[in-house]
Design a protein around this ligand. Structure first.
Ligand code: GLC
Length: 800
């Protein structure tokens, strides 16, 4: 069993179980559907929102403050005999010495189990797949031998509206809250009479209503309630010791101004050995059409059980699309569960709503959106299709794009990052490779400024724009940065050039050529092949140092990333993409990757560059202002490190690739968990490199491109089952000591049972392949050519 000192993986239940709540940081999970989402920590912390974490936040989270991870969704139990009270989620009553604490972070739910003074509590937080609301399902068991009189307090701090405004203008914002207790539905009904929704936070506002109501209810009889946070908590107190809980007296406050809380009290008697099941419900409805009594239907046990089992069924179906069995338990745990799950989270949360991404700034990044599909596209291609079509509205007529966009505001920022438009063809071709759905290219989508075009035109414009934004000698201008946001001062005058960007453009051109070739569009094939060829020559003429490729040229023509530099000498991305793009000669590719291994390998994966910048260099940018060893300034930036794994696999360096892949798995890079700090079940954006005293410390967990890339590279290149326009390409590149790999993969309407045999213990080379017992002489398998829904695929590797 995989474990560390704070918990373990339960592979069968697909849970990470935390057994000691004093983790080095709050460890989170997500509960969400298409519209309603919440973060939930192992202490019950986290916030909820509808549609947009910036513009439509429902509950509060306090940033940058101590204690960590407050407030949250709390249920407290009070023993009326002793007057003692405690929380069913550990926080906020941290000082209670529980006899048992377990937090089960599962797929779309979190269950926290506690035992204290003979009362066992189990609280399961989840968001139904198809409702705008959340359920906290609770069981209380009396383990003691005497009857117990208990008071139950459920509460959460409300926000309702623009979360950024709540931070910067709360004394004014609190004049618009409105909460009353509805007797008929026995629920607190909360709303706000004003919504700050003017695309950005500014003084000028459209003067509109928050168009929702939020109801908070219990399936138990309610004996008291409060809507005023001040009254419920009491002056000079905190959520750890609310006055109302301490005195047992709720004040029945209904507010039309002030800080809102939704707090309910119930009183129960529990006989020895008995269990009481009940739930706390939070439901959001459109004000105009809301019927308050609708929440009554949520109160039945059948409804609640039904929603929970539908959620479990959803994830069971989700995972049935890809399951692998390799000799490496860690790879299995990640690929079968957590890596797929994290990829699903990034698809919906982008880099926006997390503990490290407060949901106030980023919206959805264009480049992130087109990468984040790589997991979800296998399972819910229709959702991905919609998402791609939606994102294309943020492309301009000339092919360039906004850098990010906001769901409710419908706009974003134009930052002029050079790589962003090129992720459009990237995502579209990956979508097509998975689904074979050519119809998407015929859809028409408006441009953000004027006019409209088919999806195919959008894609072509993105590439033509990137080609046009090259300097006289033919290298892409870096503009205000490329994938690496912190290389933002290399080309302020418009002359600086990006070498990584040149390889990335090359890669996209290569992909476009095979895409258009598949579609038999010879004009495009010719055009982009020519561009690829010219660019390949240009890069190789200008950017090779003898041991590796440069990273960029500044406005004044000076190179970045040379062996002579004493900081920022070698950059990982420029080497890896020289191979991924196919633009390095085999000899240069080998040398470049060898330089990476010599210079950049750490115990946690590959450093993004080295030596990190110690002096500020304003001709490079923000990277040099960041402390050495963290973030883009020399950390093991997992997204970039993943691309090393990809490059090494493509280059036939399988054992190197596998070693780095393993090092990067959070169960390995987080072996020293007190140093590592973040969740061991998901990738973090980066792990601090040995260039900083806190080496080994990770940060920015969950929302990172590493999630989809590690998944895609893991199944697509390491196990080597990869969608291409013509079908599924079978090209495993596995460690030589793996004798066998089994994979189940649903693909284009069929279920493939793939067995890879490696009797000669080689790394790669498909010697033979059979499909349903018939020999198959191409490595690309088009399942649509076969009858029947199940295909048996036997693959034999050998280097003969
Ligand atoms: C962050 C951004 C991503 C960017 C990366 C490197 O992860 O979300 O868009 O490419 O940093 O700067």
């Amino acid at each position: 069993m995989l474990k560390n000192k704070y918990g373990y993986f339960d592979a069968k239940k697909r849970e990470f179980v935390i057994t000691d709540p004093r983790t080095p940081r709050p460890w989170f999970n997500y509960m969400w559907n298409d519209r309603y989402a919440g973060l939930i920590s192992h202490t019950g912390g986290g916030f909820s929102y509808l549609d947009s974490p910036r513009d439509n936040r429902l509950t509060r989270m306090r940033y940058n403050s101590l204690p960590w991870d407050r407030p949250g969704r709390y249920v407290m139990v009070k023993d009326t005999e002793s007057g003692e009270y405690w929380s069913l989620s550990w926080a906020p009553t941290l000082n209670v010495n529980y006899d048992l604490y377990e937090c089960h972070h599962g797929m779309g739910y979190t269950r926290i189990i506690t035992e204290y003074k003979g009362i066992r509590g189990e609280i399961t937080y989840f968001v139904p797949r198809d409702e705008t609301g959340e359920i906290w399902k609770i069981s209380l068991t009396n383990l003691s031998e005497r009857p117990r009189n208990l008071e139950i307090y459920a509460f959460t701090e409300l926000l309702m509206g623009n979360a950024l405004n709540d931070l910067i203008n709360q004394p004014n914002d609190k004049h618009f809250t409105d909460i009353h207790f509805d007797k008929e539905s026995q629920s607190l009904v909360a709303t706000r009479r004003y919504w700050v929704l003017n695309k950005k936070v500014s003084v000028i506002q459209p003067n509109i209503d928050w168009k929702y109501i939020l109801q908070f209810a219990s399936t138990l009889d309610v004996s008291g309630f409060d809507a005023s946070l001040d009254t419920f908590i009491g002056k000079w107190r905190s959520e750890a010791n609310p006055l109302s809980v301490e005195t047992g007296e709720m004040h029945h406050t209904e507010i039309t101004a002030g800080d809102p809380v939704a707090a309910l009290q119930s009183k129960v008697k529990l006989e020895p050995g008995n269990t009481l099941d009940f739930s706390i419900l939070m439901k959001v409805s459109e004000k105009e059409s809301a019927k308050l009594s609708d929440i009554n239907s949520w109160k039945s046990q059948t409804f609640i059980e039904g929603k929970l089992s539908a959620l479990q069924q959803y994830w069971q179906d989700y995972f049935s699309v890809l399951q692998v069995e390799t000799p490496d338990e860690k790879v299995n745990t990640m690929l079968n569960t957590w890596n797929q799950y994290q990829a699903a989270v990034t698809f919906d949360m982008a880099r926006n709503s997390g503990y490290y991404h407060g949901g106030l700034l980023f919206g959805t990044g264009m480049r992130d959106q087109f990468q984040d599909i790589l997991g979800m596209v296998m399972v819910e291609p229709e959702r991905v299709r919609k998402r791609l079509l939606n994102a294309l509205q943020f492309q301009f007529n000339d092919g360039s794009t906004l850098h990010n966009f906001f769901k409710l505001a419908g706009t974003g920022e134009r930052t002029r990052h050079s790589d962003t438009p090129l992720w459009i063809p990237f995502g579209l071709i990956k979508y097509f490779s998975e689904t074979g759905d050519a119809s998407i290219f015929e859809e028409t989508v408006p441009y953000h400024d004027e006019g409209e075009g088919t999806v195919c035109e959008h894609m072509v414009r993105a590439m033509d724009y990137a080609i046009s934004e090259t300097t006289e000698r033919g290298l892409p201008r870096i503009m205000n940065g490329d994938w690496n946001d912190t290389l933002d001062h290399i080309g302020p005058k418009g002359k600086g050039e990006t070498i990584w960007g040149a390889f990335f453009l090359g890669y996209i051109l290569k992909e476009a050529v095979s895409f258009f070739d598949f579609r038999k569009e010879t004009v495009q094939v010719k055009k982009y092949s020519q561009a690829y060829k010219t660019l390949t020559k240009t890069i190789n003429d200008l950017a090779w140092t003898g041991t590796w490729y440069l990273r960029a040229f500044r406005d004044n023509g000076q190179p970045v990333g040379t062996p002579e530099d004493d900081q920022g000498q070698i950059f990982l991305n420029a080497q890896t993409w020289s191979v991924i793009s196919g633009m390095a000669t085999p000899e240069r590719g080998n040398t470049a990757l060898k330089s990476c291994l010599d210079q950049l390998e750490t115990p946690y994966g590959m450093q993004i560059c080295r030596p990190a910048y110690h002096r500020i260099d304003d001709t490079v940018g923000l990277i040099s202002r960041c402390v050495p060893g963290k973030k883009e300034n020399g950390a093991v930036f997992n997204h970039a490190s993943a691309w090393f794994v990809l490059a090494a696999l493509m280059n036939g360096q399988i054992e190197d690739a596998y070693r780095i892949y393993q090092k990067m798995l959070p169960v390995n890079s987080g072996t020293d968990i007190d140093r590592y700090e973040t969740e061991p079940y998901v990738f973090s954006e980066y792990v601090t490199s040995p260039e900083h005293p806190t080496q080994g410390q990770a940060s920015h967990s969950w929302l990172t491109g590493s999630a989809v890339w590690m998944l895609y590279i893991g199944y697509g290149y390491l196990l080597g089952i990869r969608p291409v326009p013509g079908g599924l390409l079978i090209d495993p590149r596995i460690p030589a000591d793996w004798d066998k790999v089994n994979i189940t993969r649903k693909f284009r309407g069929k279920t493939l049972h793939i067995r890879i045999h490696n009797p000669d213990r080689v790394n790669m080379g498909v010697k033979s392949m059979t499909v349903n017992g018939q020999s198959h002489d191409s490595q690309v398998l088009d399942p649509e050519k076969y009858d029947g829904r199940e295909l048996d695929v036997e693959v034999r590797l050998s280097d003969e």
